[in-house]
Write a protein that binds this ligand. Structure first.
Ligand code: GAL
Length: 352
């Protein structure tokens, strides 16, 4: 037997082996292999409250459709018990694979266990599921998001009088991403804080990423420290919007640098109007497409190649991290508009 034919046979045997290890082969108890019928994908969302999640859902369902897969979407509206029940519903409905955006990364460990007990593989989407063994984690480089947000403030105020008087608004404590964004911000700010170039006046976590909670944090900061604030390191556009509302009430919106994330339309409009300084664009359509492709591959027991691995407290989860882009007034045309994420008309609303 030639070396070449030996290698071909060996790699085929290997891929079947990996498929079995990673893919759990996806035959969801109906005995019909997913190759012989449309793949059934369950998509369990935390919420559809923030604009981005409807985009993720629509792009995911569309891509899955082009791959001949059927998607059942359930949204838990921020309720952990409901989200676990949603996973049980998807298991009972014999999904071949389940994709989860956890409200609470710890609480959804139970969801992974329930799915695995039924032989169904699980993909953690955008947010990591902790203390369990999800088959794959697909997300953006979340620490880089935080690093870019903080670095933007340091660069923008490089020549400003010191110390930079900073307010920090973190995301939801139940969301592992909020900790990753903060870790990236901390890394970028460490030296500036240690040298006294930056003074953190006030910091807090916005429960459930709610804008009204971010506004409350900003009001508390202004009550305690007055209006002499140079920048607000807000972790996403929703919390940025809450903070800017408080700044408007004080007549200082546009005079204080405010960061964001998600490139929501309202945020990009605020950037065009000069009330918000920047946001982080995460091309969710790419993430959703990759997720649909890998979900179908997992369901069909195809081998997956994951470039990264992230520790979730139980194991090194095979992971894929997509890159992100800083959006400011200067590059809004070349980023979110060029990508068709928003239209020029919507962003500038008739403004030149
Ligand atoms: C994070 C997500 C962000 C932001 C936030 C609020 O997990 O990565 O894009 O939207 O949730 O939903």
């Amino acid at each position: 037997m030639s070396v070449k034919s030996f290698l071909v046979i060996a790699s085929m045997a290997l891929s079947v082996l990996i498929g079995v290890v990673l893919g759990r082969q996806g035959t969801a108890g109906d005995g019909v292999a997913p190759d012989a019928r449309p793949v059934r994908i369950g998509l369990s969302l935390d919420t559809l409250k923030e604009a981005r999640w409807t985009r993720d859902r629509d792009a995911f369902v569309a891509q899955a459709g082009t791959l001949g897969a059927e998607v059942t979407v359930l949204s838990a509206n921020g309720d952990d018990n409901r989200q676990v029940a949603d996973v049980e519903t998807l298991v009972t409905a014999r999904m071949d694979v389940i994709v989860i955006v956890p409200h609470d990364g710890r609480a959804m460990a139970r969801g992974v266990e329930i799915a695995h007990r039924a032989g169904i593989p699980v993909i953690a989407y955008d947010r990591l599921i902790l203390d369990s063994e999800p088959d794959l984690y697909l997300t953006f480089d979340n620490e880089r998001v935080g690093q870019l947000q903080a670095q933007y403030i340091l660069d923008a105020l490089r020549d400003a009088p010191k110390p930079i008087r900073l307010v920090r608004i973190y995301g939801s404590k139940t969301d592992n991403n909020a900790a990753l964004f903060k870790a990236g911000q901390d890394a970028a700010l460490r030296d500036a804080i240690a040298s006294g170039q930056v003074e953190v006046l006030h910091e807090d976590w916005a429960d459930d990423w709610k804008p009204e909670n971010a506004k409350r944090i900003m009001n508390a900061a202004i009550t305690r420290h007055g209006r002499n604030i140079h920048a607000v390191l807000a972790s996403n556009d929703g919390t940025a919007g809450g903070a800017i509302q408080a700044l408007r009430e004080e007549g200082i919106a546009g005079k204080v640098i405010v960061t964001g994330q998600d490139a929501e339309l309202v945020a990009v409009q605020r950037i065009a109007a000069g009330e918000q300084a920047m946001t982080i664009y995460k091309p969710v359509q790419q993430l959703a497409r990759r997720a649909a492709e890998t979900a179908v591959a997992l369901a069909r027991g195809r081998p997956l190649v994951a470039r990264d691995a992230i520790d979730n407290g139980r194991t090194q989860v095979p992971s894929l991290l997509l890159d992100v882009v800083t959006v400011t007034r200067d590059n809004v045309e070349d980023t979110v508009i060029a990508d068709g994420f928003h239209t020029r008309e919507d962003v500038f609303q008739g403004r030149p």
